[in-house]
Design a protein around this ligand. Sequence first.
Ligand SMILES: [Fe+2]
Length: 332
Amino acid sequence: MTSLQSQYRARRVYEVTPVASGAVALRLSDQVVELGKKEYDWFTKAAAWLPSVRGVADLCRELEMDEAKLPRFLTALEKTGLLYRTDKVPESVTGIEFHARFNAVLNSWLTEAFAHPFWDRMMSGRGSKRLFTGWLIELYHYTKNANRHMPLSCASAHEKQIKLLRAKHYAEEWNHYHYFMKALKALGFTEPQIADSVPLPMSLALSNFMRQAARQDILAYSICSAVLEGTTVDRRTYNPYYEKAVEIYGVPKEAVAPIYAHLDLDIQYQHSDLFLDILKHVDTISAERASVILDYGHQLVEHIWMWTENIEKYYDKESNPVPRRPFNLNLD
Ligand SMILES: [Fe+2]
C-alpha cells in the first residue's frame, strides 16, 4: 500500500441520483455532492483503489492522469467531502461522542434499510394482504427470537451497569411476540399454526447476526439493537403503512390494533434512549473499536434490506404455504 493510499479513505455514499447532463448527486450522511460524469467515474475508481494494494501507476493508467497530478486530485476530493484523511480520525472517542456520531448517520441508515421497493409497492396498492401477512409472520419470528439473542447479550456484557441495562431491556421485550400472535389470530390463523411455523432464512439470519454481534462486542450488539429501535420511535413513519393495509388490502382493524399497542409500549419504555444510557458507562472507545461497532450497525441495515427481499420473494409466490410449514415426511 502506498503512502497516498494510507492517507485517505472514501466516505460512504448512500445514494447516487442522476441530475442534468450526465452529472450525478451523491448523498452522504451529512451532505449531497454533485459530480460531473467524468469526475464521478474518477471518484469511483479512486475509491476502489484506496483500500487496495495496487500501485499508483495502476490507478493513474485507469484515470488517464499524470502521476504528478494524483495528490492534487485526492486533495480536491477530500475538499468535496467524498474522502477523509485517516490522520484526522481521532485515536479514541468517549462513549457520548460515539453516540453523537451514531446519531449523525442513523437517518441515512434507516433510509437505506427501508429503500427496498417492497415499501413503495405496498403503499401504492401494488402489494397484497398476503404480503402484509407474510411480513407480520416474520416479525413474529424475529421478535420471538429475541429470547435467543437478548439473554446472550446480557451474558456477554462485562460491565455490571451495561449488563443490568441489557437485562432490563430483555425483561421488557421478551414476550412482545404475543402482540404479533394476536394480530395474526385476527387475520384468521390459529395459535399452533403460527407457533409451529418455520421462519424464513433471512429472519433467522437477522437474529443470528444479533447473536454474533453480542459475542463480538456488547457495543456492536447495542448499536444493532439501537438501529432496530430507531425504526419505531416515530408513529408518523409506521402509521401510514398500517392504515394503507386496512384501507387497500382489507386487513381487519383488529389485526393492526395489537401492532400499535406494541409500538406505543416500546416508545413508553424509551428503548430508543438505551444506547445512549449504555454509552454513558463507556469512558473511551478506540478508533479501531469504533469502526468495528459502526460496521456492525451498517451490516444490520443491510440485513433489514435483505430480510425484506426474502419476505417479498417468498410470500409473493401464491404456491408457497402461508405460514411456512415444518418439513413433514408424509406431506413433502
Ligand atoms: Fe417490543
